[in-house]
Ligand binder design. Structure first.
Ligand code: 8DG
Ligand code: MN
Ligand code: MN
Length: 377
């Protein structure tokens, strides 16, 4: 029949890494709700539930049109009983009672505010909440001991919660690019994370740096950080050195999703003049200092990879987080391989598989190549 498209079930492959997920989303109302429940689960240390909601949301994001009837969802993967109940509620009543009550709950609101501080994770936030701390003022008044990251996070809270624009990301790319060139002229730098996927805003700016000659990347990060610090460009930085050892992730020891590259988590001081569009922070009467300031704080992640691991690092740091997770699940469950941001290991053959581009990695995994802009699962 020609006119039964509304009841023809959609068809979607079950792993997000088998799908093309652009930024276009015909089901934002549904996916926002499921993402909120995912976030709540993650903040409550229920990662399994979190992933289940993320997978369900990603399936709806991949649909070519808006869902209007439950019957359209027949046969779709990753839609569990709980997610289906939420979707049904929204389709029938315009909203999900569970989502609405979560959104309004004091605990969720407090967890959001407190984990919104750079350096504060869900465990710390949970402890504070149990001690009666629900907001920034109560935290400041509590006399809690904060580490260096948390102090910086609290100090720059308003700036950091403000989304980073593409113009700001490009300005920072220019600055970091000049810094890298001056400490190591041959080194290369790539913008990764959400901006590489074509997003127009982000919560931070992610960079991957490498050197065409294996080994010449060693020592680059400290020089780069010193250079940036000498120019007064860093409000905070913490560098962690490379601790990757090939062979440490063999059979039965799947690579963890935390990688071991030398990295620097930082807060940049971005001057208004550097974006050419002025500071992006809100200039409200409540924060006159923001109006007078000629700079804003921006979260920046820097990662250095040896060229031999660059393709894996690029794939691993481009995201989205769910896309990465699904790639590793596909590798393990469907191919008997272990994928990390460092390497691909064939568990049956007991050997590493080299690759020098993302295209080669997808090919080794038996997947169609998905370009960065279609990894927005
Ligand atoms: P956003 O900043 O625009 O909000 O989104 P994003 O760029 O997609 O998220 P992100 O939190 O900046 O993470 C970017 C990618 O970096 C994502 O795919 C996950 C990856 N990533 C981390 N930490 C780590 C880590 O420790 N190891 C590896 N391999 N990847 C990581 O954020
Ligand atoms: Mn990012
Ligand atoms: Mn990041």
């Amino acid at each position: 029949a020609v006119n039964d498209s509304e009841v023809t079930p959609f068809s979607v492959p079950s792993y997000a890494c088998q799908r093309r997920s652009t930024l276009k989303n015909h089901n934002a109302v549904l996916t926002d709700s499921l993402s909120l429940l995912a976030e709540n689960a993650e903040l409550s240390d229920e990662d399994g539930r979190g992933v289940a909601f993320r997978r369900a949301a990603a399936v709806l994001k991949a649909l070519p049109s808006a869902v209007t009837k439950m019957s359209q969802l027949k046969g779709l993967p990753c839609l569990g009983e709980h997610s289906l109940r939420v979707i049904k509620d929204i389709l029938e009543n315009g909203a999900s009672s569970e989502v609405e009550s979560t959104k309004e709950s004091e605990r969720f609101k407090a967890l959001k505010v407190l984990t919104g501080i750079f350096g504060v994770g869900s465990k710390t936030a949970d402890r504070w909440i149990r001690e009666g701390i629900h907001n920034l003022q109560q935290l400041r008044d509590s006399g809690q001991t904060l580490n260096r990251a948390q102090q910086a996070g609290l100090e720059h809270y308003d700036d950091i919660k403000q989304p980073v624009s593409l113009a700001e990301a490009e300005a920072i790319r220019g600055i970091v690019g000049r810094a890298v060139a001056s400490v190591s002229p041959e080194a290369q730098i790539v913008l990764t994370g959400g901006f590489r996927r074509g997003k127009l805003t982000g919560h931070d700016v992610d960079f991957l740096i490498t050197h065409p000659e294996e080994g010449s990347e060693v020592g680059l990060m400290p020089k780069l950080v010193s250079w940036l610090e000498s120019q007064g460009l860093l409000l905070y930085q913490k560098t962690t050195r490379n601790s990757y050892l090939e062979g440490s992730e063999g059979p039965g020891r799947p690579p963890s999703n935390i990688d071991r590259f030398e990295r620097c988590l930082s807060i940049f001081k971005l001057s208004a003049g550097q974006t050419g569009r002025g500071v992006q922070s809100e200039e409200t009467a409540a924060s006159p200092s923001a109006a007078e300031r000629r700079w804003r704080a921006v979260r920046v992640d820097l990662v250095v990879s040896p060229i031999s691991q660059f393709a894996f690092a690029l794939l691993g740091w481009t995201g989205s987080k769910l896309f990465e997770r699904e790639l590793r699940r596909w590798a393990g469950h469907e191919k008997g391989m272990s994928l990390s941001s460092h390497a691909l290991y064939d568990n049956k053959q007991g050997r590493y598989i080299r690759a020098s581009s993302e295209e080669e990695i997808f090919a080794h995994l038996g997947l169609e190549f998905i370009p960065p802009t279609e990894r927005n699962a």
